[in-house]
Design a protein around this ligand. Sequence first.
Ligand code: GLC
Ligand code: GLC
Length: 628
Amino acid sequence: MLTLAQQARAARAFVDAALATEHAPVDPVLAGRLDAHFPILFEHYSAVYGDRADCLDRLADLVRLLADAWAERADDLKVLDAAREADPGWFLSNRMLGGVCYVDRYAGDLEGVRSRIPYFKELGLTYLHLMPLFAAPERNSDGGYAVSSYREVAPALGDMATLQSLAADLRVAGISLVVDLIFNHTSNEHAWAQRALAGEPEYEAYYRIFPDRTMPDAYDKTTREIFPDDHRGSFVQLPDGRWVWSTFYSFQWDLNYANPAVFNAMAGELLFLANVGVDILRMDAVAFIWKELGTSCESLPQAHTLLRAFNAVCRITAPSVLFKSEAIVHPDEVVQYISPEECQLSYNPLQMALTWEALATRDASLLSQALERRHAIDPGCAWVNYVRSHDDIGWTFADEDAAELGVDAAAHRRFLNAFYVNRFPGSFARGVPFQENPRTGDARVSGTTASLAGLESGEPGAAQRILLAHAIALSTGGVPLVYLGDEVGQLNDYGYLADPDHAGDSRWVHRPPRPADRYAERNDPDSDAGTIYRGMRRLIAVRRATDELAGGALVGFHTHNPHVLGYQRPGASGAVLVLANVSDAPQLVPAEAFSALPATAVDLLTEAETSLWADLELAPLEFLWLQV
Ligand code: GLC
Ligand code: GLC
């Protein structure tokens, strides 16, 4: 075993040799970062590729790529790098607020996004996720998740120079730019895919291509079908009869990360985007990047090793850049991606799904259990808490957690699916099924927040239910993320059914164009849009002013009433106690629940003083943020 000092010397010698000729002398800042992080990159890279004869050659290529990217990195980004290195918790602030939108649907093009910056500031955004905006196949692109070139913006949206200047303008406005790194797969029109199809061996090795069904059949025994409406299993047939791995749509081909050239190529794309000025990369479909026969091919150990290696790439050359994990999988697996060395941010699909679960059942037990048991993560990392995303809602809670509460998971998922697609009598929700799989009984749900919450069906409590769902996402910590348009209550858009490219994918029902009419009403207190918007503004303003809501520390609170969710957010000098009645009837929290608290508390949202020495009644769907 080498000592750490010996390892560092060996790493330094390796880097020096790789950079010996055209890169010398190495910039001292880069040299310092290489000293600190190259040993980590080396460790992870060799863990995955060490048994290949070309491992060290490919690693030397990667080192040169890092040095080139550093040489091209703009000075203002280098200043940002240093500032964020000195303040690594910058994104844990209670002032962080995310928004997400499609460039075309929300603003036409990138210039349109720029013209919306005043509104983003009005709302208080500090984080803007622009949905995939890269060159993609004209018709089938899975909403941009089939990328044909990571270095080109889709022509209808603008170009890279515009994206770069938009990133700079957003930064001036205090807004971090988030884009996807769709690194599990490319589109079948990407140059790498085209060259693979043409039979160039170098590029064939970028994908997982098999001559016949032998290996595909073997893998398919244990993998999950993600888009069964599109194709069965995980492979699609090429025109020449061969089979290519394709987890998602048939035009999205999975990259072969067993090939270090693929890692290096994607590191190059990653650093290109970092140098355009992207602050956070949403790491798409992280669970799927490594495949191993006889396994589910999801969340395998090498997926983590590769992410850590990519993270080290950033720490060396673009240290201001963070990763957000998109792992919509079992909660035990979701948390495995979260660490300062891997993904500093992660979607919180469990809290999202259980918020809807609580609203359907009018019972907060499962959500409350999840908050107590599954909310704690590394204090240097953050959940991205959202009410819904551009994707479907899947019921990703753990069967064993449900069983502890006497809930049969399979039956409960059937109920939730039925409830949210309005097949359950009396449901307030107007969702649409997504990828119902008759072979497995699996299904997920599409729909906008407002339509799922009852605004479309005309349910009286709908606006309050929408606010309640956001009040949870805005008070459990991390970075709350609003799907733009939901803050004015946008409804489902059934127009997708008339578009042959979208009709087969119900997720388009909840990706409507920017609801201009509702935005126009946002300051009219008599409209639904105005009611929701005013409530959202209040939640956001109070959150910004409340230090306890920074970070992610959360302590459970037993309300003695299953219809009322409770939790505390401890701060330096007190705590915020959140109570939320998820039912549509008034509910009591008995005085005994507050026995450890002072006699009165102020609700930060209404500024009303509340006595805690008596039973506390919450109106239907009422929520309180009590300073205690
Ligand atoms: C992610 C995206 C989803 C897309 C899939 C394939 O899950 O969120 O929209 O279909 O990846 O890229
Ligand atoms: C994600 C998920 C899957 C989700 C899909 C997008 O990566 O794992 O459950 O529904 O892609 O719809």
